[in-house]
Design a protein around this ligand. Structure first.
Ligand SMILES: Nc1nc2c(ncn2[C@@H]2O[C@H](COP(=O)(O)OP(=O)(O)OP(=O)(O)O)[C@@H](O)[C@H]2O)c(=O)[nH]1
Length: 827
């Protein structure tokens, strides 16, 4: 007779817990949330549940930690657009992992106010096992891994949340790309939430992936396919591939022996022909020809040439041993073989230049000898030996090599490939809007992953606006009631509130349901608990939020917009559409993208490459150098927010060699006040002037044209009627003439006054010309106009090479151009 199989330890333990004779439940239906071996202190606590919102899943409902009085400037600053908590930048917050109701019921009383989910999971390990896991963990103290208990590569083979495993064999699992913890299909969605960065546990969001997983980025596993629908998977995989945290970090890419910085990496990835599937590693790059390869290896691709990245190309970059040198690099045997087939004379110690169009010449001879990739047979041979061929060459588009004259011409002109524009501005000046306009109008729009990120950011913004309104409503209510009968109002929020106190009302009072929601909502917003559950929360509560927004008390609060300086103008636009914005199907329109705040990721630094054509008849008819679409000059727009700069003024040095520095100032800043770090209040226009001064005095921009865009001209129009320009002490001397001419209205005179003030001030400190242009950057035509203007300045600067015009001459011509701009703009 066969011996009875040895009962496993979990079976024994479970049997002890069941009534005698009761059968063991079917393993598939076991409730693994029962922890049988836990010896430590109780990590659980009783979760308070708001009876009105039982469906929403949060672990903690803390007492309001911060004083949220609207006067608390620090709070609002930290929640205002620029500094607002970015759902994509969030750091691990285990407390915000959502649990289902069955877990709530299993909670016991405890002291801890925050329940660490992984601690709970840890309770299913024996002490020995925990120690062993800690030992295994030794070499894995990288960022992003320290927050998790179960790490990739350890021997834990069960679900990181419920502990589920199947007689030593795996049930199907999905693994976190950062820490390697695996989750069963039942737990994966709870552990990984909305997967805004792909397959990561909620606690690992924001952290870089384990590099062993890079190859898996964006390729869906069978396991995930079982729990999500095809469209969801598509979006998750796109986010996984494209989100910022999963990208290669600059210091991981070493080019010609030098680790890249953020700007260089961006230049490399955003160029017309970037390296494909860029992974961390050591590479060599030949900027003349665009050849690109791994250190010590033959070339693997041809990327855009003349990128300013990495160090100088080394002789032994590809470890060649042929004593034939191409652009200073000793080439490999296989390259030499191809050169010979292509009839290139290259005896030992030959040194020649190879250019990005395939033309070559011997060093110091100034005589193009031929085109390496001109013949189809050579291109075929290159592919055969896995050597790269150019993916596109403007000179060889018709299969013919370029004429020598065009080669020489382009060489003589020595124009840089891409014109670089650095765009700077203080918070809310409009730089992000300009960047988005450029992406939408001239560059490659936004990817599906970026749009998904934007959707989440827009939802997060809507709830931030609501939070501001609810907080101010409370404040206005208290204020109004205390005016009616001083002393009583303060008691309203006190415990033991009497019915009579509650019955006192004013235009800012709301019903009990909204009041309770408001208290609870402000608490979770303060604790930052909403971030991870935002899509669910938005979906479940949209119609109630809409009801709150339409409530007369909230509308009254909104009307006092002047006092709510922290609430941007776009708040109404999005709150009016809260139901649409909160739905799963919502996809941001171009208008939404333009108006949404903080949707460009990159911590204050963003970059895009583009070209544009003004399509004007005049340029076609009269410009004899008129170029076709293919020959349009390329531009690179680098947006650097003041936030990014404040953290390090040294960053500016990285932007040496720009073709133009474009500074954006909001015209409406003249009547606004900002609070400095020292706590002192300063007029925002003067703050702009100080900021601009740090830029223009920087030696990195000594030879670069300075351009000032005076933005929000539309708002300025209305504002100037309400608040005189003279409220700003810098413009005290503004004294408009009374005139009936359209082009000399007080609005135009005010703009002209501001522009000339900036020009004179700039000239007095640099002795140079400041180019000024009025814009309304929400309007396409205005953006088109300003980029034509910028293009002309760059062209002119390149041709003349003279940026240091004499102060008197430059000022008068600058003033002329300023008036001309104004006239053009007004008409
Ligand atoms: N009326 C009007 N509003 C504008 C204009 N340009 C930008 N805005 C609004 O001004 C606000 C700030 O614009 P952003 O482009 O986000 O400004 P930013 O300089 O990037 O600000 P930060 O993100 O805080 O650094 C947004 O709500 C824009 O919609 C304009 O020309 N007219």
């Amino acid at each position: 007779m066969a011996a009875e199989p040895e009962p496993t330890s979990w079976e024994e333990q479970l049997r002890k817990m069941l009534p005698e004779g009761a059968p063991l439940p079917d393993e598939e239906h076991l409730d693994y949330s029962i922890s049988v071996d836990y010896k430590g202190p109780s990590p659980f606590y009783k979760r308070p549940i708001n009876p009105m919102y039982p469906k929403t899943k949060f672990t903690t409902f803390p007492k309001r930690a911060l004083s949220l009085t609207p006067k608390n400037a620090a709070f609002w600053r930290s929640h205002s657009s620029s500094d607002s908590t970015d759902v994509y930048d969030r750091r691990p917050s285990v407390s915000s992992v959502a649990f289902d109701k069955s877990e709530d019921e299993s909670f016991e009383d405890g002291d801890e106010s925050v329940c660490e989910s992984h601690d709970r999971e840890n309770s299913t390990c024996s002490d020995d096992e925990k120690k062993r896991l800690e030992r295994n963990d030794g070499g894995e103290k990288e960022m992003g891994r320290k927050d998790c208990v179960f790490r990739g590569g350890n021997k834990w083979r069960g679900c990181g949340r419920c502990g589920k495993r199947k007689n030593g064999l795996f049930v199907e699992m999905e693994e976190c790309m950062v820490c390697g913890v695996e989750y069963c299909m039942k737990c994966v969605l709870k552990a990984m939430g909305a997967m805004s960065e792909g397959r990561k546990c909620v606690g690992c969001i924001g952290n870089p992936i384990d590099e062993v997983n890079r190859g898996r980025l964006g390729s869906c596993s069978r396991a995930l396919g079982r729990v999500c629908g095809p469209s969801e998977i598509k979006k998750i995989m796109q986010c996984e591939k494209e989100c910022k945290a999963n990208q290669v970090r600059p210091e991981q890419v070493i080019v010609n022996g030098k680790p890249l910085n953020e700007v260089e990496l961006m230049e490399l990835l955003e160029c017309k022909f970037p390296p494909k599937n860029m992974k961390p590693g050591r590479y060599w790059y030949d900027e003349e020809s665009g050849l690109w390869g791994k250190e010590g290896e033959k070339p693997r691709s041809i990327i855009s040439s003349r990128l300013d990245v990495g160090g100088k190309l080394q002789v032994d970059a590809s470890k060649g041993n042929t004593r034939v040198y191409m652009n200073g690099r000793e080439i490999t045997r296989i390259e030499l073989r191809i050169l010979k087939v292509a009839n290139v004379q290259c005896p030992r110690d030959t040194r020649f230049w190879l250019y990005d169009d395939g033309s070559y010449e011997e060093e110091g001879q100034n005589n193009i000898k031929g085109w390496i990739w001109g013949k189809a047979s050579i291109r075929f041979l290159c592919s055969l030996f896995s050597l790269p061929v150019p993916s596109e060459s403007p000179y060889c588009a018709n299969g013919k090599p370029p004429s020598v004259s065009s080669r020489v011409l382009s060489k003589n002109m020595e124009q840089p490939n891409v014109h670089k524009l650095l765009l700077l501005g203080l918070e809310r000046s409009g730089t992000e809007t300009i960047f988005k306009q450029v992406k939408l109008l001239y560059a490659n729009k936004f990817t599906a992953g970026e749009l998904l990120d934007m959707k989440l950011k827009i939802q997060s913004n809507v709830y931030r606006y609501l939070c501001i309104l609810l907080e101010w409503r409370e404040h206005f209510e208290e204020e109004a009631l205390s005016k009616e009968s001083p002393g009583l109002a303060a008691d309203r929020s006190a415990p033991g509130l009497s019915e009579i106190d509650m019955s006192r009302e004013c235009i800012y009072s709301v019903n009990l349901k909204i009041k309770q929601f408001s208290d609870w909502f402000l608490d979770i917003m303060t604790a930052g608990d909403l971030d991870t559950s935002l899509p669910t929360f938005a979906r479940e509560n949209a119609s109630f939020i809409d009801e709150i927004w339409k409530n007369p008390a909230i509308q009254e609060t909104y009307k006092r917009g002047e006092e709510l300086q922290v609430l941007p103008d776009v708040a109404k636009y999005f709150l009016d559409r809260v139901i649409e914005v909160s739905s799963d199907e919502y996809e941001p329109s171009e208008q939404d993208i333009l108006l949404a705040e903080g949707v460009i990721p990159g911590n204050g630094l963003a970059c895009t490459e583009f070209s544009f054509d003004d399509h004007s008849a005049i340029s076609e008819i009269f410009d004899e150098n008129y170029v076709t679409q293919n020959d349009l000059p390329m531009y690179q727009l680098i947006q650097l927010s003041s936030r990014g700069l404040q953290s390090s003024q040294k960053q500016l040095e990285m932007f040496e060699g720009m073709n133009a520095v474009v500074f954006c100032v909001s015209l409406t800043d003249y009547h606004q006040v900002s609070i400095q770090r020292s706590g002192i209040q300063q007029n925002k226009m003067l703050e702009n002037r100080d900021f601009l001064e740090t830029i223009v005095r920087n030696s990195c921009f000594a030879g670069t044209p300075h351009i000032l865009l005076l933005n929000k001209y539309d708002q300025f129009h209305d504002k100037i009627k309400e608040v005189p320009l003279t409220v700003c002490e810098w413009f005290r001397d503004f004294n408009p003439l009374k005139t009936h001419s359209k082009n000399h209205s007080s609005k135009h005179q005010a703009y002209h006054h501001v522009a000339v003030k900036f020009k004179r001030w700039h000239s007095s400190i640099t002795g140079r010309k400041l180019y000024v242009w009025p814009i309304r950057d929400l309007e396409r035509t205005s953006i088109d106009e300003v980029f034509i203007y910028i293009r002309e300045i760059i062209d002119w600067a390149e041709r003349k090479g003279d940026f240091h015009a004499s102060s008197t001459g430059s000022l008068s011509s600058a003033e002329m151009s300023c008036s001309q701009n104004l006239t053009t703009f007004a008409s």
